[in-house]
Design a protein around this ligand. Structure first.
Ligand SMILES: Nc1ncnc2c1ncn2[C@@H]1O[C@H](COP(=O)(O)OP(=O)(O)OP(=O)(O)O)[C@@H](O)[C@H]1O
Length: 248
């Protein structure tokens, strides 16, 4: 078997007496989309926080490209190529689309006296448009404030930004939540584009039709344990729901 791009082994995490994850194995390969599903409280968010470096596990291994990792912060994971898009996507409404794409990573241009410090707005707009186009997102204007975009377009900017910056793995926590049908289709297309670009994509969602549509494999968590990890083609809507709820 080939080495997965990103994997965790035998992860355990408790909050006081609550066991959130009880010996979880999870992996994603390059160019693979893995769905992470489970009922409320199953442990999905806890696992995402461990994968993204927000919280360390109590025990277990985190392995990126075959090497054990110990994330001290989300910044560590990000630097190593693991990008996360959270439910409330961290978009700054008053800034332009381009500024949001580069938020925290502004393109600097050498000033006249060789000082660093000018924000090169044109370069930023061009690059933002280029990056969003690369991942399949079109916005009316990269110079437009995000507050002037629809909710779906905002979400598209957030996901486009995450996919554009990710260089190995992208964790998408409910990216199609609150989106209309057309906007969901666009986000699912961005996921396909990320896969085509060779990223490992983890898609966390309660919207099972989207999971069945876009993933290659599905991992089902129930009460902190993996109860199924199989190719998506093995599941029907009915068998996936049964795996999640545990009801026969
Ligand atoms: N900070 C915390 N303090 C105490 N308990 C927590 C904390 N975070 C999560 N838990 C508990 O850990 C378990 C797993 O929660 P988690 O949020 O990971 O589940 P989830 O699958 O993401 O659920 P949802 O779909 O509702 O977001 C639950 O029993 C939850 O109550």
């Amino acid at each position: 078997m080939t080495e997965p791009l990103y994997a965790v082994r035998d992860i355990r995490k408790s909050y006081g007496s609550v066991v959130a994850l009880n010996g979880v194995d999870f992996s994603v390969g390059a160019g693979e989309v893995v769905g992470l599903v489970g009922d409320n409280g199953a442990g999905k968010s806890t696992l995402v926080r461990i994968l993204s470096g927000v919280n360390p596990p109590d025990s277990g291994e985190i392995i990126l490209e075959g090497k054990p990792r110990h994330w001290r912060s989300p910044h560590d994971a990000l630097e190593a190529g693991v990008e996360t898009l959270y439910q409330d996507a961290g978009i700054a409404p008053d800034l332009t689309v381009a500024a949001n794409v580069f938020l925290g990573r502004e393109v600097l241009r050498k000033g006249l006296l060789g000082r660093l410090g000018f924000l090169d707005e044109k370069a930023m707009r061009d690059k933002a448009r280029q990056e969003l186009t690369r991942v399949g997102i079109t916005v009316p204007s990269a110079g437009r404030p995000v507050s002037k975009l629809s909710g779906g377009q905002r979400q598209a900017v957030a996901i486009g930004r995450a996919v554009a910056w990710a260089n190995k793995v992208i964790l998408l926590d409910e990216p199609t939540n609150h989106l209309g049908a057309q906007q969901s289709i666009e986000v699912l297309n961005v996921i396909r584009q990320a896969k085509a670009n060779g990223l490992g994509v983890v898609f966390i969602s309660h919207t099972l039709p989207h999971v069945l549509e876009v993933t290659d494999r599905v991992t089902v968590l129930r009460l902190g344990e993996v109860v199924a990890d199989r190719p998506t083609s093995d599941f029907s809507p009915d068998t996936l729901l049964k795996a999640i709820t545990g009801l026969a």
